[in-house]
Design a protein around this ligand. Structure first.
Ligand SMILES: Nc1ncnc2c1ncn2[C@@H]1O[C@H](COP(=O)(O)OP(=O)(O)OP(=O)(O)O)[C@@H](O)[C@H]1O
Ligand SMILES: [Mg+2]
Length: 492
């Protein structure tokens, strides 16, 4: 966990967090832009409100006692401008006969009463007007209220001005604080998620590092499982997968070792005979017969090995409709060629099931060959089949067996004989390779079933295949497919 992360791992973490921070930043920038637009609209409304308010207060002043006591436009404007205290965002000045006259106290951002272009804009109006004007201090909104006092020939005007930038400043200052806080929050979130992601990803990194140390030849490494979370579950699953891989590789290695070892013996025998062969024709004929015999045995071993290797493949068994009676009777008639024994039938199941008939016959023949090899010539070898009806959930089973009255198998050997290259005690080393029962087991397992032996040493042995088998109804035979619901399945 303390090891340095390789760069591509950091990149993955960086990419996730980069994307997250970018998303946050975009969302935040969006909200700032939206807020700014809202504040701009509010500023405009406030500026208009203030102008209206300024005009209203001038009108109120003009009709008030102190206003109505002024008898010239000059006096009225002067008095109003003297009495009014402006905010920083506003100013006002008066025009008398088209020229700047008085201005409100205070220090406005720019002196518009000295701006000829602005003056040209606001003079000569007989009606109130308002508008916007760009100055060096930003945009202003203005209103011109013409003033005419009865009995005074002079024409005056009050020019009220609102500085937009000053009105907006307090609104936007809080937006600035908001933006700064947002930037800090995004940076903080980025750093925090970088650290958290590092901690969360650490166990995953360990899984990856362990996986990297594991090579085809060394599958011993396992991940330390901590806690009970998803990552621990991942580690457990990964470890289990390694267990299976290790077993698979070990089995494969063993298979190759065994095969090599088994084939070395006949090769040595053949070489020995050929080297020792003399010139005598009778001796030569004898050697050739021996060598041919040994080569036949090798060919059989190779064929059996190929068959066992094929058992790992999904098309090892091809399910078809199998007539149970034909299966057993045909196998028995073939098997009876194996020896002069008394060949019999113990039981005969009737009906059809879905299975691979050829592979089942192959299994029965292997069992029959073993029985014939271990049973005296006057002994009995019997075939039998029986259907065990199933329940709703369990489609039923087919039992197929080969019974003999031969030597039997010692209790201690009974488990081992189903493994490859395992022969029972007392069997001549060159008799068989010990592959027959392994083939039978593969065929049973490829059908989703098992094979077992029951034997009393000295009194014979019975090998039984126990296969899942749903009986196919006669009238539905044509429709019965080989798809779902078939009890058959391939080997792993
Ligand atoms: N019917 C039987 N009676 C007594 N022993 C048996 C019987 N069937 C199998 N065995 C024992 O189980 C061992 C394994 O049988 P398996 O068929 O796997 O190998 P094999 O017959 O020795 O060689 P292969 O079948 O490859 O020619 C045999 O060597 C034998 O000792
Ligand atoms: Mg055999």
């Amino acid at each position: 966990m303390t090891t340095d992360s390789p760069s591509r791992h950091v990149t993955a973490r960086g990419r996730i967090i980069g994307a997250m921070v970018l998303l946050l930043a975009v969302a935040f920038a969006g909200s700032i832009v939206l807020s700014a637009q809202i504040l701009n609209a509010r500023t405009d409304a406030m500026v208009d409100d203030r102008l209206t308010h300024a005009a209203t207060s001038f009108r109120t002043f003009a009709t008030s006692p102190s206003g109505s006591s002024q008898f010239t436009a000059d006096a009225l404007l002067t008095r109003f401008l003297q009495d009014t205290v402006p905010t920083r965002a506003e100013t006002a000045f008066s025009l008398l006969d088209g020229a700047p006259h008085r201005r409100m106290a205070g220090d406005p951002p720019t002196r518009l009463d000295r701006d000829p272009a602005f003056l040209a804009l606001v003079t000569g109006h007989a009606q109130p007007v308002h508008g916007r004007y760009a100055t060096s201090a930003g945009q202003v909104a203005y209103a011109v209220i013409p003033v005419q006092v009865v009995g005074d020939p002079a024409s005056g005007a009050l020019v009220s001005v609102q500085f937009r930038r000053e009105v907006a400043a307090p609104l936007f200052s809080s937006l600035g604080i908001f933006a700064l806080a947002g930037v800090l929050a995004v940076i903080g979130a980025g750093i925090a998620s970088w650290l958290i992601a590092g901690r969360v990803l650490a166990p995953l990194r360990q899984v990856r590092e362990t996986a990297e140390t594991i090579s085809e030849t060394d599958l011993k490494g396992r991940i330390e499982v901590k806690g009970h979370d998803d990552v621990a579950a991942l580690a457990t699953t990964f470890n289990r997968m390694l267990d299976r891989l290790e077993t698979a590789f070990a089995t494969q290695q063993q298979f190759v070792d065994d095969a090599g070892h088994e084939l070395r013996t006949p090769i040595t025998v053949v070489r020995g005979h050929l080297e020792m062969m003399g010139d005598d024709p009778a001796e030569r004929a004898e050697t050739i017969a021996l060598v041919t015999d040994e080569l036949d045995r090798m060919a059989r071993i190779v064929n059996d090995l190929l068959l066992l290797a094929k058992a790992q493949q999904p098309d090892f068994v091809v399910p078809q409709d199998v007539e149970l009676m034909d299966l057993l009777v045909d196998a028995l008639s073939k098997a009876s060629m194996l020896g002069p024994h008394h060949w019999a039938v113990d039981g005969l199941a009737e009906g059809r099931i879905t299975a691979d008939g050829q592979r089942l016959t192959q299994a029965l023949m292997q069992l029959a060959a073993n029985a014939a090899a271990h049973t005296p010539a006057d002994g009995t070898i019997a075939f039998g089949s029986r259907l065990v009806p199933g329940s709703m959930h369990d489609g039923g089973r087919l039992l197929l067996w080969v019974r003999d009255t031969g030597a039997g198998i010692a209790e201690a050997d009974q488990d081992g004989i189903f493994s490859r290259f395992r022969r029972g005690a007392g069997v001549h080393q060159t008799a068989g390779a010990g592959l027959g029962l392994a083939i039978v087991k593969s065929i049973a397992e490829a059908h989703g079933g098992t094979v077992s032996v029951a034997s009393t040493p000295g009194a014979g042995a019975t090998f039984t295949l126990d296969l899942p088998a749903a009986l196919l109804p006669d009238d539905e035979l044509a429709a019965a497919g080989q798809g779902d619901g078939s009890p058959w399945k391939g080997t792993e």
